[in-house]
Ligand binder design. Structure first.
Ligand code: ATP
Length: 205
């Protein structure tokens, strides 16, 4: 986690509202997270977990309230964002090179998720769980001190759930923040959980 602000990453959301299209998805949502915290983000289908993560990543605007974050943010969600025709390591390397991350750091991230033997295989030939591990390796290799993991366990076998959990724990022990949105209880020890409720009124704006 060589993020220059890694010493004290922070998330402070104060009465935030997020609108998608013409729909109010989150309203009056507040959250504070500090260095070392691993937070399980819960909520029914459609409650707004992915929306929250996309807004924190800067992919969606905050309509009202205030959002303050310190530290680089990495998001891993359903969007694979890897070139299907490239060998896995090169496909992830496209992003890590852009971020100035060393090939060695990428190799370590891949080994962490047992991807070494798949490094030369085109992404399109990988299984669903292998692709997911590729996407997670990209996050592990990043400089980010704040990890946003949207359903990270989808498609992972037990051994890889354990590898991912160990990586998340190490990240938080080193002072990072991890938010894990999952319908199943994470097997890793979480600091606390938060529940996202649907807004009382989901009216057209
Ligand atoms: N582009 C969009 N325009 C309007 N509404 C949208 C758009 N994208 C998503 N939504 C709505 O936003 C709401 C929240 O979706 P989101 O994906 O954040 O939920 P979630 O909590 O992650 O759900 P799940 O548990 O099913 O993954 C849903 O009601 C969805 O229909």
């Amino acid at each position: 986690m060589p993020d220059s602000q890694a010493a004290s990453p922070t998330i402070i959301l104060d009465r935030v509202a997020i609108i998608r299209g013409s729909r109010l998805i989150l309203r009056n949502f507040s959250l504070e997270a500090e260095s070392g915290e691993l937070i399980w983000v819960r909520g029914a289908n459609g409650s707004g977990k992915s929306t929250l993560f996309r807004a924190l990543s800067g992919l969606l605007p905050i309509a009202s309230g205030t959002a303050e974050t310190r530290g680089a943010i990495a998001l891993c969600d359903d969007n694979l964002a890897l070139d299907l025709d490239q060998p896995l390591e090169k496909a992830i390397g496209f992003w890590t090179t852009l971020d100035g991350i060393s090939p060695q750091r990428l190799s370590v991230a891949m080994e962490t998720l047992d991807l070494g033997s798949l490094a030369g295989l085109p992404v399109r030939l990988l299984s669903a769980g292998q692709k997911k591990r590729g996407a997670l390796a990209r996050l592990l290799a990043s400089n980010a001190s704040i990890w946003l993991l949207d359903e990270p366990y989808n498609g992972l076998d037990q051994a890889n759930v354990a590898r991912l959990d160990a990586a998340i724990s190490r990240h938080c022990e080193a002072g990072g923040i991890a938010l894990v949105a999952s319908h199943i209880a994470p097997t890793v020890n979480v600091s606390r959980s938060i529940v996202i409720d649907r807004p009382l009124v989901e009216a057209a704006i």
